[in-house]
Design a protein around this ligand. Structure first.
Ligand SMILES: [Zn+2]
Ligand SMILES: [Zn+2]
Length: 604
C-alpha cells in the first residue's frame, strides 16, 4: 500500500498536458509514443516532451493568477465579469484584488418578477433626483464623473423603455442622424428609427416631450462626444464609455435597477402589461398602442406610424394610460430618494485619500471606515482624477516629437501602471501640435478617403426649402480634417461639358487646379462606381461664401496604391455638435476662358 501511494504521488507530481490532444498525462513520453506521436521519430517526441514541460511550468508560474483589474478591462460588463470570476475560482484560479463578497452577492440574487401597472415607473421616479442633479451640473459645466455620465445615459434609455415603451433592440439602433432629424410636432418631438440594411435592429417611432428632448440633447452635446473614439466608427446615438454602440439596453436597465436596489424588470413584460391595460380602450386605440409599442411587426397599418400626428396622439394616449400626468414637473428634486447622497463631500474624500500618480484608490472597507458612503461614486471620481493626472504626465514626457504607441506603452510599463491609465493610442492621438503636418501620409485619412468611413457626421434634412445638409455629431477642432469631397476625378473640360448639359447648374462638381492642370471632381454621377451603396457624405455639404466653417484643401494621397487627387475639408474653427458644415471654395471666376460659365474654383 505504502509503495503504491508513493508511486501515485510521484505520478501526480509529473502530470503534464499533451500539447496535441490537450489531455493531462501521467506519463507523457509513453503517451506520445503510443498515442499522439506514434508515427514520429524519437527525436521529434523528445522535442515535443520538452515543449510540453516548458508550457506546463510557464502556465503554473503565470497562467493561474488573474488580477481583478485585468478582468475589468477584458469584461467591462459587470454581470458577465462576475459569472466569469465564479467560473475561474471554481476551476482553481487565483484572483488578486477581488472586490468584497457583498459586491458579488448583489447581482447573483436579482430576481425577475412580473410587473404590476406602476412598477416600471418606479425607476424613473427614484432615480430622477440624481438624474436632474447631473443634468444641472452638465448645464453649468460643473465636473461630472464618468459614473454619473453613465447613470445619465441609463436614465435616458429608461425614459424610452419605461415611459415610451420602446423595444431595447430598437433603441440600440438609434443613430446620430436620426436624432438630428427629429421633428417638432404638436408640442412633442417625433423621432423615427428606421431599419438599417445591414442590421436586424427593429424600427420604431416615438414622441418625446420637450423636456425629455432637452435632456437627450444635453446627452448628445455633452456626454456622447466624449465617448467617441476616432479609431472606431459608430453612428449610434447611445455610446458606451468605450465608444462602442450600446450593445444591450436590457442589461443597462438591469444595472440601473440594481443601483437603486429595485427588482429587475423585463421590458417585454412591461409592454405586455400595458397592452393588457389597453384592453379597456376602443379597438382602434388598442391597435394604435400596439403599433407604438412594436412598430416593426409590419402590415399595412404600419404606415400610420409615418404620420407625426398619429405618433403624438398615441404617445399622449399611452401617457394617460400609464398614469403619467403633466410634463411640467419642477426641476428641483422633489421625490424621496432611497439611495441618499453621501454625507461627506468629495473634497473631504480627496483630503483623506490624496490622488497620486502611482497610488491605489481606497477599497470599500477603507471608504466606509472613514465615514464615506458604500457606493463607488467617490471611488470612480478618484480614479478619473488619477486618470487625468496620468494622461497629463504621459503627454508631458513627449514634447518635441509625437510618440509612437509602443513608446507610450513602454513608459506605462516602466511606471508599473496596470489599470486606470490612458491607452497608448489615446496619448498618440492627444499629442499636439505637429498633428496635421503629414496629412498626405496619414493612414486614418487615407483609409477614410478610400472607404468613406468618416465619423462624426450625419446627413440632415433641413426641410423642403433648404434640403439636405451635413451636421457635426462630434466636436471638431480648428485644423481637423473633417472629410473629403468624394467623387471621380475628371478634367475640368469634361466637368464644364457636364455643367452645360445641366443648364449651367454647378450641381455636384468641384473644380480645382493641380499645377497647370485644370481638374474637377465629379460627385454628380451618383452613386459612384467605388461606393455603390454609400451616400458619400462630402458631396452633401453645402457651399456658403458667407459663413463657412470648412476650407477645402487639395492633396495628393496614395490611395489603394495609386496617387489620387483629393479635396479634403479642414475645419476653419472649432465646430460644436449639431452645427451645419459649410465650405467656401475661395474664389469665383466668372467667364472662365471666355466660356461664360459661372464656375467656382478652389484657389490654392
Ligand atoms: Zn496527446
Ligand atoms: Zn466612391
Amino acid at each position: 500500500m505504502a509503495e503504491q501511494s508513493k508511486k501515485r504521488s510521484v505520478a501526480d507530481r509529473n502530470i503534464t498536458y499533451c500539447l496535441r490532444c490537450y489531455k493531462p498525462q501521467d506519463n507523457l513520453p509513453v503517451h506520445l509514443a503510443r498515442g499522439c506521436m506514434k508515427t514520429s521519430t524519437p527525436d521529434e517526441r523528445a522535442e515535443e516532451l520538452q515543449k510540453a514541460k516548458v508550457s506546463n511550468r510557464e502556465w503554473i508560474r503565470k497562467g493561474r493568477t488573474w488580477d481583478y483589474d485585468q478582468l475589468c478591462e477584458i469584461l467591462p460588463d459587470r454581470p458577465s465579469r462576475l459569472s466569469m470570476m465564479k467560473e475561474l475560482l471554481q476551476r482553481g484560479f487565483f484572483i488578486k484584488n477581488q472586490p468584497d463578497d457583498s459586491e458579488l452577492a448583489t447581482t447573483t440574487s436579482t430576481t425577475v418578477i412580473a410587473p404590476s401597472t406602476k412598477d416600471w415607473q418606479k425607476i424613473l421616479k427614484v432615480a430622477k433626483a440624481d438624474f436632474l442633479q447631473i443634468y444641472g451640473n452638465l448645464q453649468r459645466g460643473s465636473k461630472v464623473s464618468s459614473a454619473e455620465k453613465t447613470l445619465y445615459r441609463y436614465y435616458c434609455e429608461a425614459i424610452l423603455v419605461f415611459r415610451h415603451h420602446q423595444c431595447p433592440g430598437a433603441l440600440e439602433g438609434l443613430t446620430d442622424a436620426e436624432w438630428v432629424n427629429r421633428r417638432q410636432h404638436s408640442g412633442r418631438v417625433v423621432i423615427g428609427i428606421s431599419s438599417h440594411v445591414t442590421s436586424t435592429k427593429q424600427t420604431a417611432t416615438f414622441a418625446l416631450t420637450n423636456r425629455e428632448e432637452a435632456w437627450f440633447q444635453l446627452y448628445f452635446q455633452k456626454i456622447r462626444p466624449e465617448n467617441i473614439r476616432p479609431e472606431k466608427v459608430s453612428n449610434s446615438f447611445f455610446l458606451s464609455s468605450t465608444g462602442e454602440a450600446v450593445h444591450s439596453v436590457s442589461q443597462d436597465m438591469d444595472r440601473l435597477h440594481e443601483m437603486y436596489k429595485l427588482p429587475v424588470l423585463r421590458s417585454r413584460d412591461v409592454r405586455k402589461a400595458i397592452e393588457a391595460t389597453a384592453q379597456m380602450l376602443s379597438a382602434d386605440n388598442q391597435e394604435a398602442i400596439r403599433q407604438y409599442l412594436t412598430h416593426s411587426t409590419g402590415g399595412a397599418q404600419q404606415d400610420r406610424m409615418q404620420q407625426p400626428q398619429f405618433v403624438v396622439d398615441t404617445a399622449v394616449l399611452l401617457d394617460s394610460l400609464a398614469g403619467f400626468t403633466s410634463d411640467d414637473d419642477p426641476d428641483t428634486p422633489g421625490t424621496s430618494v432611497e439611495c441618499g447622497p453621501p454625507s461627506k463631500d468629495f473634497s473631504a474624500f480627496l483630503a483623506r485619500f490624496p490622488v497620486s500618480l502611482g497610488g491605489q484608490p481606497p477599497n470599500k472597507k477603507q471608504r466606509v471606515n472613514e465615514g464615506f458612503a458604500e457606493d463607488r461614486v467617490f471611488y470612480d471620481r478618484w480614479r478619473s482624477t488619477q486618470y487625468a493626472k496620468r494622461e497629463e504626465y504621459l503627454l508631458s514626457q513627449f514634447t518635441h516629437r509625437k510618440p509612437s504607441a509602443v513608446k507610450v506603452a513602454g513608459l506605462i510599463a516602466k511606471e508599473g501602471w496596470r489599470a486606470n491609465h490612458p491607452r497608448p493610442e489615446d496619448i498618440e492621438r492627444l499629442w499636439r501640435p505637429a498633428r496635421r503636418v503629414t496629412i498626405e501620409t496619414d493612414e486614418t485619412i487615407i483609409k477614410n478617403v478610400s472607404q468613406q468611413t468618416w465619423a462624426g457626421l450625419a446627413i440632415k434634412n433641413f426641410g423642403p426649402q433648404q434640403g439636405l445638409g451635413v451636421v457635426a455629431t462630434q466636436p471638431f477642432s480648428k485644423g481637423d480634417i473633417v472629410c473629403d469631397y468624394h467623387g471621380k476625378v475628371i478634367t475640368a473640360a469634361a466637368g464644364r461639358a457636364m455643367m452645360q448639359d445641366m443648364h449651367n447648374e454647378p450641381g455636384y462638381l468641384f473644380f480645382f487646379k493641380s499645377g497647370s492642370r485644370d481638374m474637377c471632381i465629379d460627385a454628380q454621377t451618383f452613386p459612384c462606381d467605388c461606393h455603390p451603396v454609400t451616400d458619400t457624405i462630402g458631396r452633401r455639404i453645402n457651399h456658403s461664401s458667407k459663413g463657412p466653417n470648412l476650407k477645402p484643401l487639395h492633396c495628393v494621397l496614395k490611395v489603394d496604391g495609386e496617387d489620387r487627387h483629393v479635396i479634403l475639408f479642414r475645419a476653419l474653427q472649432d465646430i460644436t455638435v449639431d452645427t451645419q458644415l459649410k465650405f467656401d471654395y475661395g474664389v469665383s471666376r466668372k467667364s472662365f476662358r471666355g466660356e461664360g460659365l459661372d464656375l467656382e474654383w478652389l484657389d490654392e
